[in-house]
Design a protein around this ligand. Structure first.
Ligand code: ADP
Length: 279
């Protein structure tokens, strides 16, 4: 089995049984569908699992121009010769690694169909462009896809024939305590100094507004805490990393800015015992 060329182990804080479910699916050669909002830890979970299971991770960020050849491979001109170059899915199948298709619904239908024969009992790839060469997936091979169910339109959804080939692991934003641990681990910022960032993110997650397609993710809280670690004050960090990127709608932006200010002006004596910040 090949070894992941990772320098450090990616830390993943689990909220439930996702690590053991993922590992069980891997041992059984079952494809996994990771569902959850953007920035909630799907990619980090896959990186952690590849490291833990000691297999190479091949990550593909899916997009609408992606074709089956981008996954399977193609002939390329190299020094006057035409040579076949495996795509990430083929490489993972040959080597017995994990192939992670991030945001899979962004991919074109023909690209998604390319994964079908690998996700049923055949566990094989048929490379038509390579004279119909068949590749039996090596032990350790696993297909993992991620997507954000809240973000999909009817047009962009996974077909039932694709869905039923996978086991689903559902993730969501962590609880306050867990998110605090994650953000402290990722940034070195002490837990008591990031409490208001977490509360702000939670407040934004409760907002229902048609202009808000995404909410404040753990990723954006990590970014804001990182900016605070670099010396930015709460308001600048929260606006730059959390609320600023969320929307271009002027009214919504004003509302979110007001919310940031509200959190920035909270005093340490308020109920909830927030720590003071030296501003
Ligand atoms: P997704 O793939 O769901 O969009 P990521 O896995 O890239 O999100 O997570 C974004 C960032 O948030 C990560 O780089 C990491 O810093 C942090 N993060 C989120 N959830 C976790 C977790 N459970 N454990 C550790 N870090 C996490």
């Amino acid at each position: 089995m090949s070894t992941a060329p990772t320098m450090t182990s990616p830390i993943y804080h689990s909220a439930g049984n996702e690590v053991s479910v993922f590992a069980a699916a891997w041992r059984r050669g079952l494809a996994v569908m990771l569902k959850g909002p953007t920035g909630c830890g799907k990619t980090r979970l896959v990186e952690h699992m590849a490291d833990r299971l000691d297999v190479t991770l091949h990550t593909v960020s899916c997009h609408e121009d992606m074709t089956a050849s981008d996954l399977l491979g193609r002939f390329l001109l190299r020094g006057g010769d035409t040579v076949w170059v495996d795509g990430p899915l083929t490489r993972a199948a040959r080597e017995g690694g994990i192939c992670y298709l991030d945001e899979v619904v962004e991919a074109r239908a023909d690209a998604v169909v390319a994964i079908h024969s690998l996700t049923d009992h055949r566990r094989e790839l048929n490379l038509e462009r390579l004279g119909g060469q068949r590749i039996q997936a090596a032990p350790g091979f696993q297909l993992v896809v991620s997507y954000n169910p809240g973000y999909q339109s009817i047009l962009k959804d996974l077909k039932p024939s694709t869905r039923q080939r996978m086991v689903a692991i559902e993730l969501d934003f962590p609880t306050f305590e867990l998110e605090q641990k994650i953000v402290t681990d990722e940034t070195g910022m002490p837990g008591e100094e990031i409490g208001d960032l977490l509360r702000l993110a939670q407040a934004i997650r409760r907002i229902e507004h048609p202009g808000l397609r995404e909410v404040a993710s753990t990723r954006t809280v990590v970014a804001a805490a990182g900016l605070m670690a670099e010396g930015l004050d709460f308001e600048a960090a929260a606006h730059t990393a959390i609320t600023g990127p969320l929307s271009d709608d002027p009214e919504l932006r004003d509302g979110l800015r007001g919310l940031v200010r509200e959190f920035a002006h909270r005093t340490p004596t308020e109920p909830g015992g927030r720590p003071s910040r030296n501003r």
